[in-house]
Design a binder for this molecule. Structure first.
Ligand SMILES: Nc1ncnc2c1ncn2[C@@H]1O[C@H](COP(=O)(O)OP(=O)(O)OP(=O)(O)O)[C@@H](O)[C@H]1O
Length: 209
């Protein structure tokens, strides 16, 4: 995981039909630093985060992932470098937690040493082992998503509204766990002050309208 990298956004613009979401967004993100994408509801945080992850394309401009020596990284490889958690990214609801963890390990989305007990200790939850993911509460599902993203040994951590549905105790758990992640390149899209304050750099999307 000690893999230094950069995300370079060059004059990135996004338009849906006739509506410009943002214009000329240029920024360089680096490993070992954390960034908050801020702005009110509907300002374009999620849209920008998905473009930075290269999950969706900008209308204009370019996003590249660069190695420490500034070599460009191919798209398939880029996607293997990201762990991404968001309210709109669903877990596989028909699995139990054990099945989900084993599936993610088989995809190399989680390291092979992760097991059920270790994961439950990490997320500080110990529900019934036979329970299907669909029967977990929304806050528990969100904590599982965050646990997976935090434990994935990927250089980039991207989180959209991470404390959605979390109670105070779970929020504090999350803040502590993010603060332990020193080497990764972290981008959090949020309009919650405590999530924003976790990050070293704040980028207001309203500056790119
Ligand atoms: N697939 C789409 N098609 C059309 N418009 C879209 C699409 N996705 C997003 N938008 C629009 O782009 C704008 C930005 O949406 P986005 O979800 O990125 O905002 P946000 O800042 O993340 O909002 P929130 O804080 O409410 O989550 C909104 O006007 C939204 O309706």
């Amino acid at each position: 995981m000690n893999y230094f990298m950069k995300i370079l956004a060059e004059h990135v613009e996004k338009k849906f039909r006739k509506e410009w979401v943002f214009r000329s967004f240029s920024y360089t993100f680096e490993s070992g630093k954390s960034y908050a994408l801020t702005g009110p509801n509907g300002s374009g945080k999620s849209t920008l985060l998905k473009i930075l992850a290269q999950y969706s394309l900008p209308t204009k401009g370019k996003v590249s992932f660069l190695s420490e020596s500034n070599n460009s990284i191919i798209l398939d490889e880029c996607h293997r470098m990201i762990s991404f958690a968001a309210p709109y990214v669903e877990l596989i609801e028909e699995f139990t937690l054990t099945e989900l963890l084993n599936f993610l390990i088989s995809l190399q989305a989680l390291p092979a040493h992760i097991n059920l007990v270790g994961f439950q200790d990490y997320v500080e939850m110990r529900p019934d082992q036979g329970k299907f993911i669909k029967n977990y509460s929304s806050g528990m599902r969100q904590k599982i998503k965050l646990g997976i993203a935090l434990l994935a040994e990927k250089p980039i951590l991207m989180l959209d509204e991470p404390t959605t549905n979390l109670d105070e105790k779970a929020k504090n758990w999350f803040y502590q766990k993010v603060n332990e992640q020193k080497e990764r390149l972290i981008i959090i899209a949020s309009n919650e002050s405590q999530e924003i304050n976790l990050c070293q750099f704040q980028i207001s999307i309203l500056d790119f309208k």
